[in-house]
Write a protein that binds this ligand. Structure first.
Ligand code: SF4
Length: 339
């Protein structure tokens, strides 16, 4: 029997014009590292983006922009498949087949569903079914590894449960995927406790924010509340800015900042100015590639069309196997009955 390749799947929703540093460190850096050792499929998951209020006029632009983010962050389209979810409709068909086997309370217990239902005041069927579509996105490629942020871990556990449920009912079909997390899994918010989130304005910096915006956002950012005045000593381990420094700033300078914060020999404005500089330097080559790609969107459209072309046969093969196991094919058995 032919060995399945060690496959990776992950997706980003086109709910904003660009991904933020939380997405970048929490998932995208991991995705790029995995290209070296795995067969990867990365998607712009537009069908997920319609489960919350959205503007149809902005959607095509946002889909392209997220694809540009992936490419600017280092996705190599020669070896990695980059696709748009709605270009491979087999994802939705598999979601139906898998979802039909799962009890409704399993969906209702997922924290993301509960949070979004509370935020929007009601829940669409799409919001409830979000987790099964995500499971189908992963399982349709029999992915074994899924780079995700910490907030998505319950969905990976749910996907494992869906795989087990199907395998038990219809025979071994799907591997149980593992989450893959990178060092900077949670990038803290600029606004207070919690992580950077698209849903919280001012809490994040995006990959494409220009230097002046990065400086402004950091200048207004939340720090250790003990530092009311410039002369008050602080504690870096209580400060979101210091946590973000750990992702960008060389270790020697990091030690100086920690000591300066504790002795109040460095002020928060100076500390944030150093961080802004480090982030701007880090993002500069990504932003340069981003600008070049935006100037050649025909190339980006070609990459997405090619990605869908390469992904679809893989998705169709899994779907055919699933339908066969569920008795949903007009195979030789039905011909015998008609004879
Ligand atoms: Fe945070 Fe830096 Fe201010 Fe210390 S000096 S509280 S680490 S921003």
């Amino acid at each position: 029997m032919e060995q399945e390749p060690n496959r990776v799947f992950s997706g980003i929703q086109p709910t904003a014009d660009s991904i933020h540093l939380g997405n970048y460190h929490g998932a995208v850096q991991g995705m790029m590292a995995l290209q070296e050792t795995h067969a990867c499929i990365y998607a712009v998951v537009d069908y997920h983006a319609i489960t919350a209020p959205f503007d149809p006029a902005l959607m095509p632009h946002r889909v392209l922009n997220i694809a540009v983010d992936y490419l600017a962050a280092g996705l190599d389209p020669e070896r990695t498949i980059l696709m748009v979810q709605s270009d491979v409709p087999e994802h939705v068909e598999l979601a139906w087949l898998l979802g039909a086997q799962m009890p409704v309370p399993k969906f209702e217990q997922l924290p993301t569903y509960k949070d979004k239902r509370a935020r929007y005041g009601s829940a669409s069927f799409g919001l409830l079914a979000y987790a099964i579509l995500m499971a189908a996105d992963i399982l349709i490629y029999k992915a074994t590894t899924v780079p995700v942020g910490k907030d998505q871990l319950p969905h990976i556990e749910f996907t494992r449960e869906v795989a087990r449920c199907f395998n038990n009912a219809f025979g071994q079909t799907f591997p149980e995927p593992q989450a893959f997390q990178t060092a900077g899994t949670v990038v803290p918010s600029l606004q207070g406790p919690g992580a950077m989130a698209k849903s919280v304005p001012g809490s994040y910096i995006t990959l494409t924010d220009p230097p002046e915006v990065i400086r402004q956002r950091l200048a207004r950012a939340y720090t250790d509340p003990a530092r009311m005045r410039r002369t008050d000593p602080g504690e870096p381990t209580r400060c979101n800015i210091y946590t973000i420094h750990q992702l960008y700033t060389p270790s020697k300078q990091l030690e100086e900042i920690a000591g300066g914060c504790r002795s109040a020999s460095i002020g928060c404005l100076e500390c944030k100015r150093i961080l802004a500089h480090e982030i701007i330097v880090h993002l500069s080559p990504i932003q340069e590639r981003h600008r070049a790609l935006l100037a050649d969107l025909d190339y980006v459209r070609y990459v997405l069309a090619d990605g869908a072309h390469r992904a679809r046969p893989l998705a169709q093969a899994t779907l055919a196997e699933v339908k066969e196991k569920m008795g949903l094919t007009r195979s030789r058995t039905s011909e015998v009955h008609q004879a």
